[in-house]
Design a binder for this molecule. Structure first.
Ligand code: PMP
Length: 284
């Protein structure tokens, strides 16, 4: 079955979609993206993703390809055309196409590409077993708060994890965990306190991170926003990661050191449940 995707104003079959080889997204990774999850055919935290998209665009002086209402309509139409009940909608905005030159023209027309992936998110088998992670030096650029498509370094780290029989890598800078390759990193201390790195240019400002922080507060779970070392994480009662595509994902081992009994912990499991329940309720 071929998907219907969206390219600059048109809904087309995926094998007929095209974009210029001079697109700066292709030549310079001059593009930003968002990934919104779909549950029951509805969008999770759409407003949060659009707010972050606007911020990424602003930080790169890139014009918005469409307003939020138009983007919501395109998201909904793609979900409908592809019968997505559970899955993801990817949105990618590049600065557009021009003759190859490091400097860009200020009047360029951005390109907008969107596509869906249908996949089970709630019944993700990894949620039952948890994920084993390796640690890996964080050698990405210094503006990780901007959600650009320059994901090669994260792909290399993920491949290194795979080669070691693990599911992901936690990136480390100056001895402190920044985040996962495509998620925010959390630990649960032995006193039951959630710890996750504070917002700065060092990490992506995760939409799921923000939601979990709010839900933890409502559930009277204490949250500390501060960096933590690999050793502190290995000593923790539990660990997990958060992302729009994997929700709250338990982490059960770090560099071969198992946390607790090596199974998903109760706090991560509970937060996953609360997150899914609340997200379904508030979906649009
Ligand atoms: N950090 C990185 C590097 C990511 O790629 C992602 C997911 N795109 C996240 C964190 C989590 O962000 P969100 O909860 O908005 O998906």
């Amino acid at each position: 079955m071929t998907r219907t995707v969206y390219v600059n104003g048109s809904f087309v079959a995926e094998d007929e979609a095209c974009i210029s080889i001079f697109d700066r997204g292709f030549l310079f990774a001059d593009a930003v993206y968002e990934v919104t999850s779909v549950l029951d055919g509805r969008l999770i935290d759409f407003a949060g993703h659009m707010k972050r998209l606007a911020r990424s665009l602003r930080e790169l002086s890139m014009p918005a390809p469409a307003d939020e209402a138009a983007l919501l309509e395109i998201h909904r139409e793609l979900v409908r055309l592809n019968d997505v009940v559970e899955g993801l909608v990817y949105l990618q905005v590049s600065r557009g196409a021009a003759e190859r030159d490091f400097a860009w023209g200020v009047d360029m027309q951005p390109s907008l590409v969107m596509f869906t992936q249908s996949k089970p998110l709630i019944a993700n088998p990894l949620a039952a077993t948890g994920v084993r992670v390796i640690t890996w030096p964080d050698q990405r650029w210094g503006r990780r708060d901007i959600k650009t498509v320059q994901l090669l370094y994260s792909s290399l780290a993920k491949m290194a994890a795979k080669e070691q029989g693990c599911g992901d890598a936690w990136l480390v800078e100056d001895g402190l965990v920044t985040e996962g390759t495509s998620n925010n990193a959390w630990i649960v201390t032995r006193d039951g306190v959630l710890v996750t790195r504070g917002l700065s240019h060092d990490i992506l400002h995760g939409i799921t991170r923000a939601a979990v922080m709010r839900l933890a507060g409502e559930a009277q779970i204490k949250v500390e926003e501060r960096p933590f070392t690999v050793a502190e994480a290995q000593e923790a009662a539990e660990a997990f990661s958060t992302s729009a595509s994997a929700f709250v994902m338990p982490v059960v081992a770090i560099d071969g050191v198992e946390l607790g009994d090596g199974k998903p912990g109760p706090v991560a499991r509970r937060l996953r449940e609360i997150y899914v329940e609340e997200s379904r309720r508030a979906a649009v």
